[in-house]
Design a protein around this ligand. Structure first.
Ligand code: GDP
Length: 321
């Protein structure tokens, strides 16, 4: 039998590592030495593991609660809490005026308070109610309602899941394939309001999408605000313009949420944000002037959005609006 030292591993640097040895004292000596060396290497790797896991953990941590965000160094905390303000810092004083970062400007305390609305407790149940393909099948709920619309794959279900992360028992399905949400899904947020996840438009949209969504937007009496999601990586697409046109035509108050902000470089994101802001300022009437950039991965902007929803549904008074 011949003993082969794998190149570059335990045998590296041993005399005769690239050779084969016949069984005997010399081979026993090198086998023992090699095992000791492999053990040392393995132990070294094991000792490095907690540090590597720590790094991974930090990278994957999502800061779902605002208390966690508040414990971060100021700069990081501000970036997670107010991503638009953080982007604005990159601009020259002139162009800063164009981003309406202070239209909704709650305090950190307001943002903390809003969290209780989205948290499951004995007295606050957050739950899926039902799905509907037609408005007359929608549940008869008298609370204020907010709905989320956007192209398939824009990150709508992920966003709703992130907003509900403090109620992990609520099942919001996130698809790997576009076109997953084909119905209007209704979620009750305690005694406060209802969230509606609308079917995605564009690729693989259900045939009766326009009927379903148009009728809902036009006729749902307790609809307080429509959140129109735009993918920050690609900006406003043709199909987004159709949805924007619908909101404008029905004179709905709506808000533009820019999703997946973790995916772009700062420069690219800033370019998209400025373009979208310009569009909102010059082409829309009913759109809230301030954009809401979010990431459902890092939770950047999620806490501010929770606070905004709590505020516009009449469940939280803030100094900022
Ligand atoms: P929907 O069709 O609009 O409901 O979109 P989904 O929520 O199902 O998301 C579509 C894809 O985008 C999924 O693969 C998500 O994991 C991904 N995605 C959603 N939100 C984000 C985000 O904030 N950041 C990143 N990096 N990926 C996201």
């Amino acid at each position: 039998m011949r003993l082969q030292f794998p190149a570059g591993v335990a045998g590296a640097g041993c005399p005769g590592a690239d050779q084969t040895l016949a069984r005997g004292p010399e081979r026993d000596f090198w086998e023992t030495k090699m095992t000791a060396r492999a053990l040392r290497l393995a132990t070294g790797k094991l000792l490095e593991l907690p540090a590597a896991l720590g790094r991974l953990n930090r990278a994957c941590r999502t800061f779902q609660t605002f208390a966690e965000v508040l414990r971060l160094p100021t700069r990081q905390m501000m970036k997670l809490a107010f991503p638009l303000q953080e982007l604005q810092r990159q601009l020259t004083p002139d162009s800063r005026l164009h981003l309406h970062v202070k239209t909704f400007d709650p305090s950190l305390e307001d943002i903390s308070k809003a969290e209780s609305v989205f948290m499951t407790t004995g007295r606050n149940r957050i739950e899926y109610v039902s799905s509907a393909v037609r408005l007359d099948h929608a549940p008869d709920l008298s609370h204020p309602e907010v709905c989320f619309i956007g192209r398939s794959n824009v990150g709508k279900s992920s966003l709703i899941k992130a907003l509900f992360s403090l109620a992990p028992e609520v099942e919001v399905r996130v698809s790997k394939k576009p076109g997953h949400t084909k119905k209007m899904n209704f979620f009750k947020v305690g005694k406060y309001f209802t969230v509606v996840d609308m079917p995605g438009y564009g690729y693989r949209a259900p045939e009766d999408f326009v009927d379903m969504v148009e009728t809902y937007l036009k006729e749902r009496r307790n609809l307080m605000r429509t959140f129109l999601l735009v993918d920050s990586v690609v900006g406003i697409q043709k199909t987004d313009s159709i949805a924007i046109g619908m909101c404008e035509e029905f004179a709905l108050p709506y808000v533009m949420v820019l999703t997946k902000i973790d995916k772009s470089s700062k420069g690219h994101l800033l370019k998209q944000v400025l373009q979208i802001q310009k569009f909102v300022d010059s082409e829309t009437q009913g759109c809230f002037p301030q954009l809401f950039p979010v990431s459902s991965v890092t939770y950047s902007g999620i806490h501010l959005l929770r606070c905004f929803i709590a505020n516009i549904t009449g469940n939280l008074k803030t100094d900022g609006l």
